[in-house]
Design a protein around this ligand. Structure first.
Ligand code: NAP
Length: 376
């Protein structure tokens, strides 16, 4: 089977390396590269050449961003080619449109690498869903923020210090907003909920990152035997669902609290199988390339994931309720003292908590908020 790879960066190079060196049945016959970087005969800077090449059966998109990725993916699906992508931003934004085009042309849309890097997360959800309704999922889905909290705890450093070091080492982007403000986890949560709950998941979910986390916050939660993790969460019940991205103060004895460095840990809960946890590298050239090559091999085996967004599940933020701690100098409505400098608001929705945080940030821009989730 011949495939084309769009974008020859971190992920694209991993895909080409794994296929060239380890997969005999698949050939990377074309690579889309920018004109000034063409360095081998497979490379072209013309996407038209690729989409019109009848020998190319699978287009692997790993350029990132919304455009031209969105246009190129649609063009490939409409030309009857399977599409494999690691691009969570474009899938979160256009999932339903891509599914419609893939179904109309009888081709596959495979997105394993878009969530959890090398972890077989999407495939496991699809497999679990064959038998069970998935009642909830949650997870550490962003390696950069996990690394930041891990180093803050390990070295006693403050947020900005660890972030600068992570940027120097290439673990964090020069513009870290997508990671530290929870946008990357938002995209992964939208994709996970769409697959797990069979719904074109809303993009209007409450999203809170860890930008204002300080070492004093970690000490405060530590004195309550908790630590902070940025989690994407989703729950469905009685034809309704809710999703959120927010810092959660998890028990120090939980598996989540002990996830080191830039690793990911994602969990699903389903009726008969119960709780399942998946741990591994959520990013990196070869782990992510591996997930893409797995998808390509599924294409060669005739496997086409089916997504069905027709159930009409209703979005109900009331399903996700927790207690929230706010470390702030602002007044927080409905709160009581938690510790000096921090207050607690009991049993509110993620959406209400995000609203209270926005109000507090207007008075105290350093305010930090975390949910306290009751553990089973
Ligand atoms: N890195 C990871 O570990 C990882 C893990 C999971 C998912 N992902 C996702 O995978 C995608 C790719 O990530 P990455 O880390 O590989 O990014 P990257 O290193 O920046 O690679 C993307 C490459 O595509 C090139 N490109 C952009 N537009 C192009 C165009 N129109 N024609 C040809 N080439 C083009 C870029 O060139 P310029 O840099 O010159 O623009 C760059 O070389 C993203 O959506 C990312 O979110 C990445």
């Amino acid at each position: 089977m011949k495939i084309a790879v769009l974008g020859y960066g971190t992920v694209g190079r991993g895909v080409v390396k794994i296929i060239d060196e380890q997969v005999a049945d698949v050939e990377v016959s074309r690579i889309l590269e920018l004109p000034d970087r063409i360095s081998e005969s497979r490379m072209t800077s013309s996407y038209v050449d690729i989409v019109n090449d009848s020998q190319v059966e699978v287009v692997v998109e790993c350029m990132g961003g919304l455009e031209p990725a969105h246009t190129y993916i649609l063009a490939a699906l409409n030309a009857g080619k399977h599409v494999v992508t690691s691009n969570k931003a474009v899938v979160a934004e256009y999932f339903a449109e891509f599914v419609e085009a893939a179904n109309a042309h009888g081709v596959g849309l495979l997105i394993e690498a878009s969530v959890g890097g090398g972890i077989p997360w999407i495939a496991s959800i699809i497999k679990a869903r064959r038998i069970d309704a998935i009642s909830s999922f949650s997870g550490i889905m962003n390696g950069t923020t996990n690394y930041i909290v891990y180093k803050m705890l390990k070295d006693g450093s403050d947020f900005s210090e660890v972030l600068s070091k992570a940027q120097e080492m290439g673990y964090a982007e020069r513009d870290p907003s997508a990671d530290i403000d929870g946008i990357d986890v938002r995209n992964k949560t939208v994709i996970t909920a769409s697959v797990a709950f069979d719904v074109a998941c809303t993009k209007e979910l409450p999203v809170t990152g860890i930008r204002t986390l300080s070492k004093h916050d970690l000490a405060l939660f530590g004195s309550h035997e908790r630590t902070v993790k940025l989690l994407g969460r989703g729950v469905q019940r009685d034809g309704r669902y809710a999703v959120a991205v927010e810092p959660v103060a998890v028990s120090t004895s939980s598996l989540e609290a002990n996830v080191p460095s830039n690793f990911n840990l994602v969990t699903l809960d389903a009726d008969t199988v119960g709780e399942l946890k998946f741990y591994g590298q959520g990013a990196g050239s070869l782990p992510t390339g591996n997930a893409i090559v797995q998808d390509v091999l599924d294409c060669t085996a005739g496997i086409r994931p089916r997504y069905d967004f027709s159930r009409g599940l209703e979005y109900d933020p009331g399903l996700l309720r927790s207690d929230y701690v706010f470390r702030t100098e602002a007044d927080v409505e409905g709160s009581r003292l938690f510790e000096p400098g921090a207050v607690l608001v009991s049993d509110i929705t993620s959406e209400r908590a995000r609203g209270l945080l926005d109000e507090a940030l207007r008075t105290d821009p350093t305010t930090f908020m975390a949910a306290i989730v009751k553990e089973s």
